[in-house]
Write a protein that binds this ligand. Structure first.
Ligand code: SAH
Length: 295
């Protein structure tokens, strides 16, 4: 459990550096041991506010909160807010327990409804209902398309499970959507939540310097990205494709499209079934198929 918070902290720090390419120096981080000792469970609530100009991050008591917030401070240029809530702060149990054994007689522990529900109620009190996502290996796998759609929402509440998961009744009661980060099982929903946050946030206006940065990227238009090159022009006898040095924009655009189709055909052919292809794209694919047949 502690480990996942170290990971979380590292990731938050690297996201912060990534989004603040102006180069804010990361703050001194607390020791790993400290984080190992502290935290057990949290739910991450992400409030993505496209409320320009009043970006801030909420600081409220509790060591987990402080820890995560110190790492997430100045995250992205005042475009969104992330607030973490420790579900243990919402239990009535005097030992701050939030889990119990499953009725199915399975081994392991399950998170109980009430603390999660209390947390949800408290966080959303007096506010418009957020879109509630439960990070779960049973959800639909996250896609670029879904991330783009989610980036249009004003606020998202992300519930992270732990242990064996969460009592189904609270999922039925508050969750709008389950999202998975892939067909494998992790210890908790925190890392998946960060994956989701990162993916959604970089789609927000103003996060990346130009929409260009993501519009040509893999998965945005159903294709993988074409290969990229930077200086020097020759490295280990490998040359940058001539067309890229030509300055001919039309030719470069044509080259990019061809290479994107090629990369997708060679690496993830199943994606082509769902991507909108032009006659020219199909001709490229046809050529590649012929080449393979000859082999
Ligand atoms: N027993 C559950 C798995 C629990 S894993 C099952 O078989 O479905 C514990 C928690 O980790 C989950 O509640 C979920 O929040 C998170 N988690 C694990 N794997 C995940 C994945 N692939 N995507 C998103 N969240 C995941």
């Amino acid at each position: 459990e502690g480990l996942s918070f170290m990971e979380l902290d590292n990731m938050l720090t690297s996201l912060r550096v990534y989004y603040n390419n102006e180069g804010n120096k990361p703050k001194k981080r607390r020791s790993a041991l400290w984080s190992l000792l502290v935290v057990i469970i949290i739910a991450i609530v992400v409030t993505i506010g496209v409320v320009q100009g009043i970006g801030y991050y909420e600081k409220s008591g509790g060591s987990v909160q402080e820890h995560l917030n110190s790492a997430s401070e100045n995250w992205a240029k005042n475009i969104f807010t992330v607030t973490c809530h420790n579900i243990r702060d919402y239990t009535q149990d005097k030992h701050r327990r939030v889990d119990d054994t499953p009725y199915s007689e399975r081994q392991g522990m399950l998170m109980q409804c009430e603390p999660i529900y209390n947390c949800y109620k408290s966080v959303t009190a007096g506010k418009a209902k957020p879109h509630v996502i439960y990070m779960s290996p049973q959800g639909k796998t996250l896609t670029q398309k879904r991330a783009k759609e989610l980036s249009q929402l004003d606020s998202i509440f992300i519930l992270c499970g732990h242990y064996e998961g969460v009592d189904s009744r609270v999922i039925d009661e508050i969750v709008d959507e389950e999202i998975s980060v892939g067909d494998y099982v992790l210890t908790g929903g925190e890392l998946p939540a960060l994956v989701l946050v990162d993916c959604v946030v970089r789609m927000l206006d103003g996060t990346l310097s130009q929409a260009d940065c993501y519009e040509d990227e893999s998965h945005y238009n159903g294709l993988l990205e074409y290969p990229q090159y930077t200086r020097p022009e020759v490295w280990h006898d490998r040359e940058v494709p001539k067309v890229l040095l030509s300055g001919n924009h039309a030719e470069i655009a044509k080259w990019r499209r061809e290479e994107a189709v090629k990369a997708t055909y060679l690496k993830r052919p199943e994606l082509l079934e769902r991507s909108p292809l032009t006659e020219k794209d199909l001709a490229i694919i046809h050529k590649l198929e012929e080449k393979e047949d000859k082999k």
